[in-house]
Every structure is written in C-alpha cells, then in structure tokens.
Design a protein around this ligand. Structure first.
Ligand SMILES: [Cu+2]
Length: 129
C-alpha cells in the first residue's frame, strides 16, 4: 500500500506544479439563480482571476451582475452598465460561464432585470488575494 500513497503524492505534486504556471490560476465561483434569489447569496473567489458559472433554474431570464465598489444601486432603475465589473446573463434552464479579473475586495452582486433586485436578487462576492 505504501508505494501507492507515494505515487499519489508524486502525481499530486506534479499537478500542483502544473497549476502554478498562471494559466489555470483562477478562482471558480458557482452560483445558482432562481426566481428571485442567488444561491448561495454570498460567494468567495480565492483569486482576482475569477471564473464564474451561473446556472438559471428559474422560469425567467436573470443576470449576475457584479457592481464596481463605488457604485450604489438600491433599485433596478438606478443601474447603469458603466457600474458593472461583469454582467452574466442567463436564460431560463441555461448555464453560462464567464471569466473576469477584479481587485481583491467585497462586491455587491445584483440581478438588473427590472424589479428583480427589489424582489430579493442581491448578494455578495468576496475576492481574496
Ligand atoms: Cu433576476
């Protein structure tokens, strides 16, 4: 049994080295959107190079929009596309993947479809160092 563990440790070490070249050094964030909430509400990316996968299990179109840290949006009508770090639109039943880069920090996430923010579609993204 011991040689097998040693081999696994070696393979694991090689995989780790293979991941440190920068090309795959990203944070994966998975969010499910529904009518009318984000699950989970708060997500964390370990890296500012974020790959987000949004799955829409709701009956209508939604989006997962990360706001710039200085943007303040309390109702859907206040949203302007210039306020967004990234906006991922997802049709009902679809899964969308998008990659973006943002500095470490805490960001507000909303759905900008009119009325959806007010219905409870807001959350948080925290990006670590
Ligand atoms: Cu929505």
């Amino acid at each position: 049994m011991k040689p097998c563990f040693a081999l696994l440790a070696m393979v694991g070490g090689l995989l780790f080295v293979g991941c440190s070249d920068g090309s795959t050094d990203h944070g994966l964030v998975e969010v499910t959107v529904a009518d009318f909430e984000f699950r989970p509400v708060a997500v964390v990316s370990v890296s500012g190079d974020v790959t987000v996968e949004i799955r829409n299990v709701g009956g209508v179109e939604h989006n997962w929009t990360v706001l710039r840290s200085e943007a303040v949006v309390t109702t859907s009508s206040e949203f302007d596309p210039a306020m967004a770090v990234v906006q991922v639109e997802v049709a009902p039943g679809a899964v969308e993947t998008q990659r973006f880069v943002a500095p470490p920090g805490s960001y507000v996430v909303i759905c900008t479809v009119p009325g959806h923010l007010e219905a409870g579609m807001h959350g948080q993204l925290t990006i670590g160092q």
